[in-house]
Design a protein around this ligand. Sequence first.
Ligand code: HEC
Ligand SMILES: [Cu+2]
Length: 316
Amino acid sequence: MENLAGWASEASAHAASVDRLMLAFTLMMVALSVPVFVLMAVFAVKYRRGRTANRAHPVNRNVWLEVSWAIVPFLLTVVFFVWATKLFADLYDPPADAIAIDVVAKQWMWKFQHPGGQREINELHVPAGEPVKLTMASEDVIHSLYIPALRLKQDVVPGRYTSMWFTADRPGTYKLTCAEFCGVDHSVMGGSFIVMTPAAYERWLGQSQVDDTLAAAGAVLFRERGCSGCHGPGATVHAPPLTGLYGRPVPLEGGGVVTADDQYIRDSILLPQSQIAAGYPHIMPTFQNVLSEEEVLQLVAYIKSLRSGSPEGMRQ
Ligand code: HEC
Ligand SMILES: [Cu+2]
């Protein structure tokens, strides 16, 4: 592999913020611990055996001095708590216009799929300066996607979606790896994270071989796997229409309302008995062990594309 930028490089503003936090925190720890060790050494010398020092030890309390060395470090650490929490919370707040890339982890490779259907394995190409959101699923065990240059790491867990987002701003080739021991070949489960200028990314998208966009691949599955038999416009079965479902609140049987997000749609397909849409019969079969994670992601992309009034919505 050619000249991967080292672990120390920063490929996003977030990475720079994390480094600033770590540096400041380290400096604070030094500032708080140096006086302790210096005084220890000074007193060990000053009061060592045989030394003529005043050992009378008169009672000499200075309450404010004593309070200050509890309060000052406390306030300092609270500053870091707030600072770090802010950085952490940002990770859960992706911009709505982020480019949605799907990730499937399996022993032992990373598969990436771009919204236009471009697929790649162990390489992730992204444009600089644009937010990217990864939705991640695992085909087998727990993996963890770690991109050191972004200072980001997120577990990829079987049975649910996890996500992470970033705006890389420095074109280059960086390391990408699995940070969760996932079997014998765990150590080779990695590759490169390639940040390109937006123009180069467009060219790359154009050159990559595409069978179908994610949503179009999902539309084909929707027919082939018989979903349209129940959910299609002509179906005689009483099943909910899926047009406009994404992002909408869904009332559930037995009370409660959930928002139809990626995870809900995924669970509806793989664990249909877990959350039943109110007013519908329990007849939807499970597609667990029938569909691969990639196929489920394609179906989710298709259902997301079914906006009310969109031409895609007519495609069933
Ligand atoms: C035998 C008929 C049938 C088939 C086949 C079927 N479904 Fe369903 N589906 C239903 C019914 C009935 C419900 C509502 C009850 C429930 O939530 O389980 C439902 C619910 C859903 C929901 C949740 C909708 C909502 O409004 O909350 C989604 C998403 C969904 N199905 C997707 C699919 C997909 C994708 C396929 C194909 C892989 C599929 N279904 C195949 C009958 C079916
Ligand atoms: Cu792994």
